[in-house]
Design a protein around this ligand. Sequence first.
Ligand SMILES: Cc1ncc(C[n+]2csc(CCOP(=O)(O)OP(=O)(O)O)c2C)c(N)n1
Length: 611
Amino acid sequence: MINLRDIKEPKDLHNLTVKDLELLADQIRNFLIEKVSNTGGHLSSNLGVVELTLALHRVFDSPNDKLIWDVGHQGYVHKILTGRQDDFDTLRQHNGLSGFLKACESEHDIFEAGHSSTSISAALGFAKAMAYNHDPHKAIAIIGDGALTGGMAFEALNYIGHSNENIVVVLNDNEMSISDNVGAVSKHLNKIRTGKTYIHLKLKINKILRKIPIIGKPMMKFIGSFKDSLKKFLIKNMLFEEFGFHYVGVVDGHNLQKLVDVFEHVKELNGPVLVHVVTVKGKGYEPAEKHPEKYHGVSKFDPKIGIVEKPGKMKYQDVLGKQLIQLRDQHKEVVAITAAMPSGTGLSEFSQKYPESLIDVGIAEQNAVTMAGAMAKGGLKPYVCIYSTFLQRAYDQIVHDICIQNLNVTFCIDRAGLVGEDGETHHGMFDLSYLSHIPNMTVLAPKDQYEFEQMLIYSLTHEGPLAIRYPRGTAIHINDASLQNNTAEILRKGDDFLILAVGKMVEVGCEVVDSLKAKGINGTLINPRQIFPIKKELIPVIDEYEHVFTLEDNVIIGGYGAYLSTIMEQKIVPIGLSQRFIEHGNVDVLLEKEGLSLSGIENKILNELGK
Ligand SMILES: Cc1ncc(C[n+]2csc(CCOP(=O)(O)OP(=O)(O)O)c2C)c(N)n1
């Protein structure tokens, strides 16, 4: 019997029968459930693409044919089939297997990702390069219906439509983004999937034809043989055909025979082809099939029981959700905007209580930001709730559509700083740099839960663009000091040195000062609260110290310390993240490596003080 252990590379699949592939599919599902429940990771998306991945690797010749996975969170099956089974116990751990695709891991990881909707553009690039080199292989983008809501995907589709590139787009349609998918394209896919119009009209036509003597039956046969074109005709303006694609679908994404047949056929076609594959997110593991969102990204759990939700400590996103509900209770113009992440950003409860005030634009950060600008102009009070890393997508919209017009939009920037296991594509380590230099922008960073709540209350009255950046994880409590118009807070007092610590770094800053105090070195710790622009009243306070350090979980270049250096006369020693893409791993491990642990910071200070 075929054994998954014997599959070391995609070539090992090339001569297998469909029966063998089906046996492998079962083994892969068991493998995924066992491994991911032990390490945590993306489960339901991967369970959904088991057959699809097997069929692609059975038919195409990776890496000569280029398989490009959008986002890459569903690439585990691809990893299993490309020689990485033995590494799965280290999934997402520091120095272990990445949770996304990584060229350094395998020649089959042909293009890296983490952010969504890039795969069609990448496939286009490969198709162009292959055409230039007279290479007959295919470029194949595998994109989910969620990722298809991103603007970049449409830019690429639009281009393909007029360039007629030799490219295959496999649309993995499971009706889900992380949450339910949204938007007109999603509705269109639903129409195609269910074929309701088609079935309804086909039945009606058959009924009429059956009544016509002699020619009725042959006509029914004739129409039957043109089923596909009839379907396309009846589902008006099939989107992908309009874009210039040869549309192939709908294909059952769990039927290996069909998938293999379709891909064999598609391999021979020229020009842009779109294969519409329908899959079930979480397929084969009942709890995940029932609750695909809950199993999208999981922590360690017992697969026999499934995820048991215990009432845990408040996370920063929960604080946001609760506080926004309170703001909305009092001000009906408050609206929350998410880019396909209502639960990740803590807005689930808000959306239940105020569905009309929660706007999910899909994976469309740019659209979210510009829309928010115009909403503010129209008298609403928009809160754009997006992770730091994904807001990078909307840099130009922040500058051009919000800040130039000085609009009252509040950015709730979640997952600022290092996020851990998702790694380099997901760390929020650039937001202070990409926001600090934009005129009119105010940036706040709370040190704890209470301050975050106070900042959100303050946001109601703030004039102009405001960003509040806060970290991933459990919300801590340091004190209940009042915000006092975002004036800096002095938490420790001593003459030997000064630390200005941003947001999350206040906690470790306190520990450092306390630890040094025990060694007879007395420092001051300031929580600036308002990071940009720097409050004028802070400048004379900083002036009093010979040794000034800043502490931030942002790259040093363009960050808080670097900014202070440009406006202060004395030397500022910035302590922050180094200028490199930081790998995946536990946040504490990464901070330690970056010299941002208690001992790392202490050593830097001692060095600087010459002790
Ligand atoms: C630009 C960007 N915004 C948000 C995300 C977070 N994200 C990761 S996967 C995902 C849903 C993708 O849905 P789909 O493409 O349908 O894949 P599925 O998980 O359903 O297989 C989202 C929103 C991201 N990766 N990139």
